[in-house]
Design a protein around this ligand. Sequence first.
Ligand SMILES: Cc1cc2nc3c(=O)[nH]c(=O)nc-3n(C[C@H](O)[C@H](O)[C@H](O)COP(=O)(O)OP(=O)(O)OC[C@H]3O[C@@H](n4cnc5c(N)ncnc54)[C@H](O)[C@@H]3O)c2cc1C
Length: 513
Amino acid sequence: MNAKNFDADVVIIGYGPSGLAAALCLGQYGIKTIAVERDREIYPRARAVTVSDWTMRCFQSLGLDQELARDMDPTCALRWLTPDGHQLMRMDFPPSRLGPHPTSYAIYQPVMEETLRRANTRHAEHVDVRYGVEMTGIEQDAEGVNVVTRDLATGQTRTVRARYVLACDGGSSLTRERLGIRMIGETRDVRWVVIDGRVKRWWPERHILTFWSDKKRPVVDIALALGNHRWEFPLEPHESESDFATHDQLWKLLGTLGVTPDDVEIHQHAFYRHHIRHAERWREGRVFLLGDAGHLMPPWAGAGMQSGIRDAFNISWKLREVLRGRLPNSVLDSYQAEREPNVAFYTGVAIQLGRIIQQQLSEEELAAMAPKPGVPPPEPPLLMNPWYEAGWLRGAPLPTSAVGKMVPQPRVANARGQLCWLDALLGDGFVLLGDGIDPASLLTAQEKADWDALGARYATVLSAEQRGSQASDIVDLDGSLLAWLRSFGTRAVALRPDRFVAAADGSGLGVPD
Ligand SMILES: Cc1cc2nc3c(=O)[nH]c(=O)nc-3n(C[C@H](O)[C@H](O)[C@H](O)COP(=O)(O)OP(=O)(O)OC[C@H]3O[C@@H](n4cnc5c(N)ncnc54)[C@H](O)[C@@H]3O)c2cc1C
């Protein structure tokens, strides 16, 4: 095949949540994409249970947040109880700073995937989804990647050639294996049984995500969206899967929580073990690992699927800029530089939450976590605003700098006085925001030319007392955006398409290298 003869710019292998999110982004950007998915049907087990405001902001950028939210329920709190009902800890979700959505939602993963699949048919002109087709081989050269696929119905094999490949083929990724990339880490011995039920009758506080903390038999007890409920129990060392093969055996477990066939109808159960693993590298030439193909974490932080979706949003705008010739190929290295520490952070949070649930914390750790009179409690790690600590950023992303942080999303008004959320005015490109000044006025001629070459726009943020004179002006109605900029002592920031600050006045407002 001629080296320049491309079937697509990007091939996506695997069409689970990570592949779907990537296909939606690339479709929105008008990038010619082929997605291959082995299974025709959506995986029926509800694995992921939550999405956060960050993930919903990603979907907002695709115009899908409202549609998805229709099948989700806001989550108000998490709590840790002992088996006799004593509350060890509780975390109420504060209002989100990232936009119009609650901080956390309960979802029902198969329905969410169904909505995303349906939404992607809008991009059929750019995204060709091939169901019942598996990837069997992959090889690359300096200019592109050849992906060998097999149609499972006909057995027919084909080779498709693309400039880049996104491997979204899950935890047992064949792409990763073919590229010779090792998964580093461990798989825990304990096997868990996950029971999903349809709720027949409501019970008090069902909506509070509850971890029954216990050394021997901790339980995860979660309301899922659309009238579903989930329990997760660890098997004890002397137990095996055959001890929980029938509904009668599962009812014995649920009965320990007082749940009976009058409350729910069990509709499926499965066994799984926790993995704490990541790929030793996330990029091999023109192939990138996303989602479970690149990293696996225990479910306690509810961040596994979301990390894959965020991977997709991170790599997609970078691919767009590289394919347009506006950023060099080397910018794609920032994908792992940004996403890996972020995934490691949530993996650490998940491990720590798991230790609380399994009552593995030492006396010292418990004492350190206990509320101290007169001292405001530290922000729970799960609720920290998104940030990147390295990557396509200018200057060091220090705690005292806006660089690397996601900009908040308040309600704003445009110059004509129309009200909207900030992201509606930001669009999907680069935007420089100035506190009461034109951010372009802070740039050297070369810096301005560099941002112009990326199609950047420039907007002045005004307070609610001021009236704009430029069409691009943004009025910060509740003052939270200006307060956020001032908390870092910066007059202007440069935002990337994913709403993270690439550069800030003070540490250099030019395009990152
Ligand atoms: C019990 C449990 C609870 C969880 N709870 C949460 C939670 O609350 N929040 C959260 O964010 N995450 C959670 N997760 C994790 C979450 O479900 C996964 O991280 C997520 O589904 C991974 O998405 P993915 O697209 O990367 O991989 P997958 O969903 O595994 O999708 C991979 C796709 O690739 C396809 N494929 C594989 N090989 C090939 C091939 N060779 N050719 C073509 N197609 C191929 C597969 O058919 C599949 O459709 C949980 C997981 C479990 C098990």
